[in-house]
Design a protein around this ligand. Structure first.
Ligand SMILES: Nc1ncnc2c1ncn2[C@@H]1O[C@H](COP(=O)(O)OP(=O)(O)OP(=O)(O)O)[C@@H](O)[C@H]1O
Ligand SMILES: [Mg+2]
Length: 344
């Protein structure tokens, strides 16, 4: 398996600057997740690595070799596309076997059969091997598309939202399965998603893309705990981080330039409000009861905002209760949304 390096990579389509000056290093055996909203440049980045697009500037290195001018077929990467494309006239078996029958990589039929059967079993489509590829559900087609990448042993896997069309149960299972396969193979993975759970659970490191720029790179923990912007903070975590105007929490000491404060649900505490509380009160609007905790939605008095606070399932709050909200780990952001160190 191989390391991947992008240096100063930019790509423009007519009026759209799709990616700008990307610097990215994925180590050999790493599971690197690109996370970002629609249009951020995630697919474009994968296509640049695969050689399906040529960069306007910059270089792509795979295993130390500059492949910027190399044809896609010679780059030895396996790509699972966002819009999966199967060969409709072939069976599921032949779709899975296809990459192994490439003249570039001749493989004995017995070995192909063993590999196809193994991958079909992993992806739970072994009973579909004889089906024409067109006679499958969307989720099954997506699994065949993933399988076509997994039958190979390439330098690099590129996967573009491979689990997005699957139901929740299968997505959970395959998330674990893909991660396990990647670890077993020691494979290098560049994986695109906008699902924060996938990013948090699968990634060794996450790169957050916004408007074609990489705005932060770090382990899931680092990005979650130390987001560099309010956008990044909002991208990771469920429920979404609470972001509100600093003026709403006058009693809390804030750095000078702070305009916005961000607090995650688990970094807030609510207490029943008492008359001698100096803090202004908030009111409970509704309560979402999850198995292990409750999410209490509260509205600060005199504001139309709603904050989501995590409470223990045993805590008894009811709609309309007056409560006091305590901020345990506020994150501060300036007018441009950039993070300010609390000590500043
Ligand atoms: N072939 C193309 N021609 C013109 N514009 C393009 C082309 N491919 C991508 N773009 C534009 O480049 C930008 C980045 O697109 P890209 O497909 O990389 O986004 P993405 O992050 O994959 O989004 P999504 O999550 O919706 O798949 C978008 O503004 C898109 O419209
Ligand atoms: Mg895309």
């Amino acid at each position: 398996m191989a390391e991947l390096r992008l240096t100063g990579v930019s790509k423009r389509f007519a009026a759209v600057q799709a990616v700008t000056d990307l610097q990215l290093h994925v180590s050999s055996g790493e599971f690197f997740v690109l996370l970002g909203p629609s249009g951020a440049g995630k697919t474009t980045t994968l296509r640049l690595v695969a050689g399906l697009e040529r960069p306007d500037a910059g270089h792509v290195h795979i295993a130390g070799q500059d492949v910027s001018a190399m044809a896609p077929a010679l780059r030895d990467v396996a790509f699972v596309f966002q819009q999966y494309s199967l060969y409709p006239h072939l069976s599921v078996y032949d779709n899975l076997a296809f990459p192994l029958r490439s003249p570039l990589r001749p493989t004995p039929e017995a070995r192909i059969r063993a590999k196809v059967t193994e991958v079909a079993r992993l992806l739970r489509i072994e009973d579909k091997l004889g089906n024409p590829a067109t006679r499958l559900s969307g989720g099954q087609m997506q699994r065949v598309a993933i399988g076509r990448a997994l039958v190979r042993d390439p330098q690099l896997y590129l996967m573009d939202e491979p689990l997005s069309s699957l139901d929740a149960r299968l997505r959970n299972d395959l998330r674990l399965e893909l991660k396990r396969i990647q670890q077993d193979l020691g494979a290098t993975m560049l994986y695109v998603t906008h699902d924060q759970t996938e990013a948090m659970t699968m990634a060794s490191r996450i790169g957050v893309l916004e408007g074609g720029r990489l705005v932060q790179v770090g382990t899931p923990r680092e990005v979650y705990e130390n987001p560099s912007t309010s956008h990044v903070a909002a991208r990771l975590g469920s429920p979404r981080i609470n972001l509100f105007a600093r003026a709403l929490v006058p009693a809390v000491a804030a750095p000078n330039d702070a305009v916005t404060v961000g607090v995650r649900a688990e970094h807030m505490r609510i207490h029943q409000h008492s008359d001698n509380d100096a803090h202004r009160a908030a009111r409970v609007r509704r309560i979402e009861r999850l198995s292990d905790r409750h999410l209490v939605h509260v509205a600060p008095e005199g504001s139309d905002q709603e904050w989501v606070v995590s409470a223990r399932a045993g805590d008894s709050f009811a709609p309309d209760d007056a409560v006091r909200v305590e901020l345990l780990q506020p994150l501060w952001f300036d007018a441009g949304g950039r993070r300010i160190d609390a000590a500043a």
